[in-house]
Design a protein around this ligand. Structure first.
Ligand code: NAD
Ligand code: UGA
Length: 461
């Protein structure tokens, strides 16, 4: 059996590496139009940082896992083709700023239709608006060669970055959506046959295509909604001297609520929560469910508010006078154990501090200075010459902190914990008063105060 995956990104690469690892008899080819990315997958360093990924790739690359830019060749040879391309928020025209931009997915469908000379099972791995399979099938059937048949399955991915390999090797569930026709069910069985190499059958859920597509958007919306809910409570904790971690522990012990995803923070980041909620809200609105759309949008609004609120806290501590102050930012990735900075709260915080005319000295153990500068440039509305000279990319936490007025923790990397970093030594190199703002619940604020920091956290004293 040969399978192909179009899109060698954070999902396509790790997902196919694990499939190749678990299914030695399946030939897996991952293709991408980005030649640089493919070269990195072939020769390293890998284009995606994920704990455990290197070891998996080392075992299977060249054995039954191949990376290539030959999209047509991979389509021609494979019986099953995963579409794992990016589905960003549309930036133009109808639905700009909320609907999903499906041009990359559509491009794949057109290419598959044009190239395929044998029957194919096309698997939606990307996160897509409900009923996208209709669009894909419409293109495939309109443009196909005579005698070639297609089945479209939905098989959304639930991995989280930083834990992708563990999530792929031991998922909570796998979801396969298919047509309920004999051909659709047979296609679903083929896909299920891949996963049962290492996943128990009772963890593999089946449904129609639409439920599967919608379940993925809904899962992300629910996860993000929990974060926004606890972040809303964190504001009240700060004004009432309640402690958000204690509140979270107390409610999380209720089995009906559950303890996960209740960590108050400076705000969720990552490439998907925001775009998927906005996409869901757009779908609701399009179908006339305005209140439902507004409900989901408020989850994103709360997240934006939380980031602004955190920066306001910092600015207030400086009595609104941050001009020329050096602020050390610890962490730029959107969470620990990834080099991904898409939608990272650190971007918004850094840009707002730069607007206040501060100097920001940024350190991240995995994000390169080029990537930090690129992310800031892409997100900033202001001309680069107004702020770029006030961005310093530091080689280590100590050099970020030297002569700084504050440390701001934005990613919960273990490297920044008090067990690893000597905060007393850092403090000695700082201006006084020395501030510490923890946006991640990494540090014990009382401990930091005992060292001499003026310290602030989210939802706690
Ligand atoms: P990504 O941007 O890292 O990778 C997508 C890749 O697709 C890029 O390398 C791009 O060059 C390639 N591509 C786009 N169009 C192409 C075409 N026509 N032919 C060949 N290559 C093409 O994106 P990602 O983070 O891997 O996400 C992919 C999808 O998976 C998205 O829909 C996302 O919502 C979903 N998802 C992401 C995650 C995650 O943690 N990143 C988790 C679950 C689901
Ligand atoms: C998320 C989902 O967890 C995955 O199931 C999903 O597949 C993926 O989105 C996707 O579709 O892309 P990811 O964004 O990689 O995964 O990482 P998360 O662990 O969900 O963290 C997202 C953000 O929320 C991070 O900024 C994290 O710091 C923040 N977060 C998470 C909190 O602020 N509090 C929490 O309690 C949990």
């Amino acid at each position: 059996m040969r399978i192909a995956c179009i899109g060698a990104g954070y999902v396509g690469g790790p997902t196919m590496a694990v499939i190749a690892d678990k299914c030695p008899e399946i030939e897996v080819t991952v293709v991408d139009s980005n030649a640089e990315r493919i070269a990195a997958w072939n020769n390293g360093p890998l284009p995606v940082y994920e704990p455990g990924l290197e070891a998996v790739v080392a075992r299977v690359r060249g054995r039954n896992l191949h990376f290539s830019t030959d999209v047509d060749g991979a389509i021609r040879d494979a019986g099953m083709i995963f579409i794992s391309v990016n589905t960003p928020t549309k930036g133009y025209g109808e639905g700009a700023g909320c609907a999903a931009d499906l041009r990359f997915v559509e491009g794949c469908a057109r290419q598959i239709a044009k190239i395929a000379t044998t029957d194919k099972i096309v698997v939606e791995k990307s996160t897509l608006p409900v009923r996208t399979a209709e669009l894909i099938l419409g293109i495939l059937t309109a443009e196909r060669r005579a005698g070639v048949n297609f089945q479209v399955l939905s098989n959304p991915e639930f991995l989280a970055e930083g834990t992708a390999i563990a999530n792929l090797e031991s998922p909570d569930r796998v979801l396969v959506g298919s047509d309920k026709t004999p051909e659709g069910l047979a296609a679903a069985e083929k896909l299920i046959g891949i996963y049962t190499h290492w996943i128990e059958r009772d963890k593999i859920f089946t449904s129609n295509v639409w439920s599967s597509e919608l379940a993925k958007l809904t899962a992300n919306a629910f996860l993000a909604q929990r974060i926004s809910s606890i972040n809303a409570i964190s504001a009240l904790c700060e004004s009432t001297k309640a402690n958000v971690a204690d509140v979270a522990a107390a409610i999380g012990a209720d089995a009906r609520i559950g303890s996960k995803f209740l960590r108050a923070s400076v705000g969720f980041g990552g490439s998907c929560f925001r775009k998927d909620i906005l996409s869901l809200a757009y779908l609701c609105e399009n179908d006339g469910h305005i209140e439902a759309a507004n409900y989901w949008r408020s989850v994103v609004e709360m997240n934006e508010w939380q980031k602004r609120r955190f920066v306001r806290r910092i600015v207030r501590a400086f009595s609104n006078s941050m001009f020329g102050k050096r602020i050390a930012l610890f962490g730029f990735a959107f969470k620990k154990d990834t080099d991904d900075t898409r939608e990272s709260a650190a971007i918004a915080v850094a840009l707002q501090l730069l607007e206040e005319k501060a100097v920001v000295a940024i350190h991240d153990p995995k994000v390169s200075p080029e990537q930090i500068r690129r992310a800031l440039r892409e997100a900033s509305g202001a001309p680069a010459e107004e702020w770029e000279s006030r961005v310093i990319c530091a080689a280590n936490p100590a050099s970020a902190v030297r002569d700084a007025h504050a440390i701001v923790i934005l990613t919960d990397w273990g490297e920044y914990s008090a067990q690893v970093l000597d905060y007393a030594a850092l403090l000695r190199t700082m201006n006084r008063p020395a501030f510490l703002f923890d946006g991640t619940a990494l540090l014990d604020l009382a401990e930091m105060r005992a060292l001499g920091f003026s310290s602030f956290g989210i939802g706690r004293e």
